[in-house]
Design a protein around this ligand. Sequence first.
Ligand code: AMP
Length: 418
Amino acid sequence: MSIKKPRGTSDILPAEIPAWRFVEEVCRRQAAIYGFSEIRFPTFECTELFARGVGGTTDIVQKEMYTFTDKDERSMTLRPEGTACVCRSVVENGLYAGALPLKLFYLSNFFRYEKPQAGRTREFFQFGCECFGPSTPQADAEAILLGDSVIRGLGIRGCVLHLNSIGCADCRPAYRAALKEYFASHYDELCDTCRSRLETNPLRILDCKSPVCSAIADGAPRTTDHLCENCRAHYEELKSILAQSGVEYVEDPRCVRGLDYYTGTVFEFVHGGIGAQAALGGGGRYNGLIAELGGPELPAIGFALGLSRLIMAMEAEKAPLPASGEGSLYIAPLGGDAVSAATLLCQQLRTRGVRCETDITGRSAKAQLKYADKSGHTYVAVIGTDELAAGKCELKNLRTGEKTGTALDADSLAAAVK
Ligand code: AMP
């Protein structure tokens, strides 16, 4: 029996690569424009990092981690998300001692043992950004604007920003108590998971997908009615910066995000056209995490966008990929001396940076032309004894069918093709 890929993973095949490359390029470009530098971190980390950095009550830590014991009997986990990894690296490398704000981004793959469905896989890719230092609403707005600029840069228009504030260490306990009291009065109707969340993390009941819990959550107390003066002022200022910047948002009291580390601002970019897993990405403020991981008190805000969902949204909206500006050439030799001439020309064109191929199979001119077309070349040149004798050939543009004459040397061909 042939071996298949693990459930919930994907091969990204050559035909899909242009879309992935485009998404990655837009992420990198926008990150650079906003002053974020790239960071890379290990694919696996000590399990304790996620237990402490993501939170013991979260689905990720409780159910979804790929954890294994290595040969030294240490518990290791394939990274299920990036924020804890970046924070670990910031603390371990003392990056907080350099210039602040410290703005970092990553493009990495992550692993969660979830039930696969459209938009949800066990290995997935994220573009994530983290900004350390400022606790201002301006920093929150900058992170949101960066995420928004990536989504717009990809041509996605049908995405809505959901915004909320879940309060800080001062105001959250009272809100949590109010929430607990409200949900306790509906205890018998809640699903089993939410009954246990009532003790561990009642905020999570707000984003339960079960229709019954969801209907109960509609009537729950709102975080924004329980914010302390600081959190309220911060939230109001953020909303006014976003409005000024032309970013539309909806206030969503049920947007709480799944992770334990968030404080204050939380947000999600939600798309209506990609099915049940509708969040293109999300993030929020996590002012306590660096200290939790052994560093100084260092406020932070971050977000992550899922690359496969961005591509799904582009496909749903038929957002076009930019056409490649580079021309390329296939040289089809008609046997004899033309074969070695074509091999040499091909080599010379490649050293000039032109994408070029010639025949390496010994097949007929007809079969070669079919290959040239299928493999996406822009031009084809057929060369035989006549072309070699004349020192000239005809270049056919495979997109338009147009034919032009050119001298049969590498410089002339390179100029004609580019
Ligand atoms: P999270 O880290 O859960 O806040 O996820 C941020 C974004 O990453 C989501 O909005 C998705 O776009 C993407 N994402 C998270 N988990 C998965 C998954 N299992 N499969 C595909 N994309 C995911």
